[in-house]
Design a protein around this ligand. Structure first.
Ligand code: NAD
Ligand code: IPM
Ligand code: MN
Length: 363
C-alpha cells in the first residue's frame, strides 16, 4: 500500500521521538512491502520560531491532504511567557479543532517485564488493561468566554466549561462501541455532584447505555476515579470522560505502565485524517539528552497502522517488537530498575527497528 503521513515533530523530545516513529515505520514498510511517504510540517514553539505562529495554515493543509498525522509534542519554557493565544499549546489545540478530532483513545497496557518500575505493587497492577476515551474538542479547553479581565481595576479570569449534548453523545457512543469489543464495561467519569455539564454527561451516558444492553455502565465521580485507578486498576475497562478529566486521569494511568513515556494515543474524527501522538509532553527537563523513552510515540505509530490503514499484522509487528525488546532487558532511564544500565533514545529505536526487520518470530 501507498500511504501519505504528515509528521509534526513539534518541540523538545517530541522531535527526538517523532524521528524514531518515522524510522520504525520505514522498517515496517521495508518488511511488509509498503510505501510510506512522510511530509514534515511545523507546529508549536518551533513553528513560532520559524513563522511566528504555533499552527501555520500550511501545516493544516498538509494534514488535510494526508492519510494520517503523527505528532511529537509541543511546548517549552522558551515560550511560557507568551500570551495564551500565541503559546505552542495553542497549535496543538488548533489542529485538534481543525481536524475535528473529538475522541482521544489512550490505551493503558501493563507490561509484566517492567512491573518493577511501577510504584504500585505487582499484585495490584498485574493484568490491568484499560482504555481512556477522552473528549478532545470541547469543555474548558475551548469554552468561550475565556481570558483575563482588568476592567475597573479588577483582576479576574474566566474559563468556561461548555458542552453541547451532541458533543457528549458522539464520544460516549464511541466508548460503548469500543467496550463491546473489549470486556463490555464503560465507566463514565464526571463530577455530577457539582457541575451542570456533568449532570448532562451522566444523563447522556444513561440514554446511550440503554442502546447497549450488553455493556455494563457505571458512573464514577472524578475524585473517586483518581483514587480507584491506583487502588484497584483492574476494575476498569473503558473509561469515558470530558476533556480535562481525561487529560489528568490518563497521566495518572500512565504510572500503571511504569512511565508516561509508554502511553500512546489516537485522536479520531468522523471522516479522518486521524492524529496519533504520545500522551506525554515535550519534557524540557530531558530534552537533547538522548534519554527520552520513544515507546509511546512508536506505539502511537502502531495505532495509526491499525486504525487508519487497517494494517493489523504490521501494527502487531511493532507491538511485539516493543514487547520483545523490553523482555530482552532494554530500558530507557525512565523504566530502568535500580542498578541496571539504561540505553538511550536512539539505541532503543534501533533495537525496535532491528527486531522488526530481522526477527522471524515477530508476527
Ligand atoms: P511532560 O509530559 O513533558 O513531562 C512530565 C515528566 O515526564 C517530565 O519529568 C519528563 O521528563 C517525563 N517524561 C515525559 N515524557 C517522557 C518520555 N517519553 N520519556 C521519559 N520521560 C518522559 O509534561 P510537563 O513537564 O508538565 O510539560 C512540559 C511541556 O510539554 C509543557 O510546555 C506542556 O505544555 C507540554 N505538553 C505537551 C503535550 C503535547 O504536546 N501533547 C502534552 C503534555 C505537555
Ligand atoms: C495532552 C497535553 C495537552 C492537553 C496540552 C499540551 C494542551 O497535556 O495532550 O495531554 O492538555 O490536551
Ligand atoms: Mn496531558
Amino acid at each position: 500500500m501507498n500511504k501519505k503521513i504528515a509528521v509534526l515533530p513539534g518541540d523538545g523530545i517530541g522531535r527526538e521521538v517523532a524521528k524514531g516513529a518515522v524510522s520504525v515505520l520505514q522498517a515496517v514498510g521495508e518488511r511488509f512491502g509498503h510505501q510510506f511517504s512522510f511530509t514534515f510540517a511545523g507546529i508549536g514553539g518551533s513553528a513560532i520560531q520559524a513563522s511566528g505562529t504555533p499552527l501555520p495554515q500550511e501545516t493544516v493543509e498538509i494534514c488535510r491532504k494526508s492519510d494520517a498525522v503523527l505528532l511529537g509534542a509541543v511546548g517549552g519554557p522558551k515560550w511560557d511567557h507568551l500570551p495564551g493565544h500565541l503559546r505552542p499549546e495553542k497549535g496543538l489545540l488548533g489542529i485538534r479543532k481543525e481536524l475535528n478530532l473529538y475522541a482521544n483513545l489512550r490505551p493503558v497496557h501493563y507490561y509484566s517485564s517492567i512491573s518493577e518500575t511501577s510504584p504500585l505493587r505487582k499484585e495490584v497492577i498485574e493484568g490491568a488493561d484499560m482504555l481512556v476515551v477522552r473528549e478532545l474538542t470541547g469543555g474548558l479547553y475551548f469554552g468561550k468566554p475565556s481570558g483575563r479581565s482588568r476592567k475597573n481595576g479588577e483582576d479576574s479570569v474566566v474559563d468556561t466549561l461548555f458542552y453541547k449534548k451532541e458533543e457528549m453523545d458522539r464520544v460516549i457512543r464511541l466508548a460503548f462501541r469500543l467496550a463491546e469489543k473489549r470486556r463490555g464495561k464503560v465507566t463514565s467519569v464526571d463530577k455530577a455532584n457539582v457541575l451542570e455539564s456533568s449532570r448532562m454527561w451522566r444523563e447522556t451516558a444513561e440514554e446511550i447505555g440503554r442502546e447497549f444492553p450488553h455493556v455494563k455502565l457505571e458512573h464514577m465521580l472524578v475524585d473517586n476515579a483518581a483514587m480507584q485507578m491506583i487502588k484497584a486498576p483492574r476494575q476498569f475497562d473503558v473509561i469515558v470522560t470530558e476533556n480535562m478529566f481525561g487529560d489528568i486521569l490518563s497521566d495518572e494511568a500512565s504510572v500503571l505502565t511504569g512511565s508516561l513515556g509508554m502511553l500512546p494515543s489516537a485522536s479520531l474524527s468522523e471522516n479522518g485524517p486521524y492524529l496519533y501522538e504520545p500522551i506525554h509532553g515535550s519534557a524540557p527537563d530531558i530534552e537533547g539528552k538522548d534519554t527520552a523513552n520513544p515507546i509511546a510515540m512508536i506505539l502511537s505509530a502502531a495505532m495509526m497502522l491499525r486504525i487508519s490503514f487497517g494494517m493489523e499484522e504490521e501494527a502487531k509487528a511493532i507491538e511485539n517488537a516493543v514487547k520483545q525488546v523490553l523482555d530482552a532487558g532494554c530500558r530507557t532511564v525512565d523504566i530502568v530498575p535500580f542498578g541496571r544500565r539504561p540505553i538511550g533514545t536512539a539505541e532503543m529505536i534501533e533495537e525496535i527497528k532491528a527486531t522488526i526487520l530481522d526477527n522471524e518470530a515477530i508476527l
